[in-house]
Design a protein around this ligand. Structure first.
Ligand code: FAD
Length: 435
């Protein structure tokens, strides 16, 4: 790396991989020094968990590589070089501090244990640079939410009504271009092989055939809202199982921060102003509030969201039957609807919300398997894995979270209702016979 005495601000990207509406990037850009940026492909994210699954499987790994490539190009247009490493942030960031005279490091604030541990490790290894952290993954600002609510209500509707009544969503932020940098960035984005996978093609029947990155996220947003106007029927189609447009499919970009929830919110508002407003247009925002809700639950309850008894401290008999766990994972249970959904997940990294609810309920409530194993499997496979949404939903379905009822899905009835002609099941059950 070329050495320079010039002082720099460093943006440490994590799950905020965008240049638009990025508070961390904006704060770094307005504070005098030249801005540089980094992203670390942390080897811990590609290792195996105690349950034997890779923390990040091939689908999310590929999506992430596409995302970082796009981020690098978009940052380049702002004259901000993105340094990329296959290393721990607590190694790479102090190295950048030394080489580029970094005075300030800017990053997204986190509130789950693994992320907190890494932030702490970085802070401890910095020499003189100051670490500045900002919450930037919510629709509603935490400072505003916590000033209205002493405690996050356990029931979603109470939470939603309170914030909708009292708070508003901030406008999106714009980032100004920097002066051209006087340094050379020789770092390269790792290959998928370096992350431990063979390259692969997307499955032809995938309901999520999209690429990663901010550019693709904006394209999808425009398509779903303004071009196809599918948002206008979202409430009717959102329980769909087949095809690309039954729901917004924005979750994967939201999960790694290629798009902000605020950007989606204001696009919906723009659509409502220029086209029409109905229950469906509102419902997309309603779902974004669910996303916020699980983030606030994680913020308030900390590590309890990863515990077997969850945030409600309920104890059940949980099984560790390896045979049943593997049958579920491999789509070989007695329930074809569960199997089809699990095969879809295994072949594509995607599953619909209806599918997720059914397979999770079947795992935790029917088979009574330790729900954390199911959640870890989702963590590995899902392209759109998000720690708060995944663990929050699993807690909910497993009966140790926010649902006051202790519900078990009737998978057969669900299949009859949502896949009456077996269109969805046929796609994936037949696929598994031939591949
Ligand atoms: P849309 O229906 O178009 O909804 C728009 C957005 O609202 C989504 O992109 C998402 O950000 C948010 N949203 C919708 N439903 C939920 C919900 N139930 N909880 C939180 N946010 C929601 N979502 C993830 O993003 N990551 C996960 O790891 C994840 N794990 C899940 C695990 C289980 C067991 C269950 C039942 C649900 C999980 N979800 C998760 C929530 C939901 O299934 C997905 O967000 C949704 O299917 C994504 O598709 P979409 O973007 O087309 O959603």
């Amino acid at each position: 790396m070329q050495k320079t005495k010039k002082a720099h601000n460093l943006v440490w990207f994590t799950t905020n991989l965008r240049t638009k509406d990025n508070r961390v990037l904006q704060e770094a850009s307005k504070q005098g020094n030249s801005v540089i940026a980094c992203y670390c492909f942390d080897p811990r994210q590609f290792s195996k968990t105690k349950y034997g699954f890779k923390k990040t499987g091939q689908y999310r790994a590929k999506f992430l590589l596409e995302t970082v490539k796009d981020l690098k190009e978009n940052l380049n247009n702002l004259n901000i070089p993105l340094f990329t490493f296959y290393d721990f942030p607590e190694n790479s960031i102090p190295q950048l501090e030394r080489e580029y005279n970094v005075e300030n490091v800017f990053a997204q604030n986190e509130f789950t244990s693994e992320e907190i541990t890494i932030i702490k490790a970085v802070r401890e290894k910095l020499n003189k640079a100051q670490l500045h952290l900002y919450y930037d993954q919510f629709l509603y600002e935490p400072s505003a939410v916590f000033s209205e609510l002493n405690k996050i209500p356990k029931v979603f509707t109470v939470f939603r009504k309170a914030i909708e009544k009292k708070l508003s969503v901030s406008r999106v932020l714009t980032i100004v271009s920097q002066q051209a940098p006087e340094l050379e960035n020789l770092t390269k984005i790792p290959t998928i092989e370096k992350l431990g996978f063979e390259d692969f093609n997307k499955h032809p029947n995938s309901a999520f055939p999209f690429n990663g990155g901010e550019t693709e996220a904006i394209k999808r947003l425009k398509h779903y809202i303004f071009e196809s106007k599918k948002i206008g029927v979202y409430k009717k189609t959102r329980n769909g199982l087949v095809g690309i447009d039954y729901s917004s499919k924005l979750s994967a970009w939201l999960a790694n921060g290629s798009i902000s929830a605020r950007t989606i919110y204001w696009a919906v508002k723009e659509f409502e102003k220029t086209h029409f407003k109905n229950q469906s247009t509102y419902w997309l925002i309603f779902e974004l509030i669910w996303r916020d809700f699980f983030k606030y639950i994680a913020l308030q309850h900390g590590n309890s969201i990863f515990k077997l008894e969850g945030i409600s401290n309920k104890t059940y008999e949980w099984s560790l039957d390896q045979y049943a766990i593997e049958a579920w994972q491999n789509g070989k249970t007695a329930e074809n609807f569960v199997n089809a959904n699990m095969i879809e997940l295994n072949k594509t990294g995607w599953m619909s919300n209806r599918g997720r609810q059914n397979v999770a309920s079947f795992f935790a409530k029917t088979l009574k398997l330790d729900w954390r194993i199911g959640a870890a499997y989702f963590e590995s496979l899902l392209i759109d894995y998000d720690v708060h949404s995944n663990y929050g939903n699993w807690l909910y379905v497993a009966g140790v979270g926010n649902d006051p009822r202790d519900r078990v899905f009737n998978v057969k009835l669900q299949a009859e209702r949502y896949d009456p002609k077996h269109k969805f099941q046929n796609i994936w059950l037949q696929t598994s016979l031939f591949t």
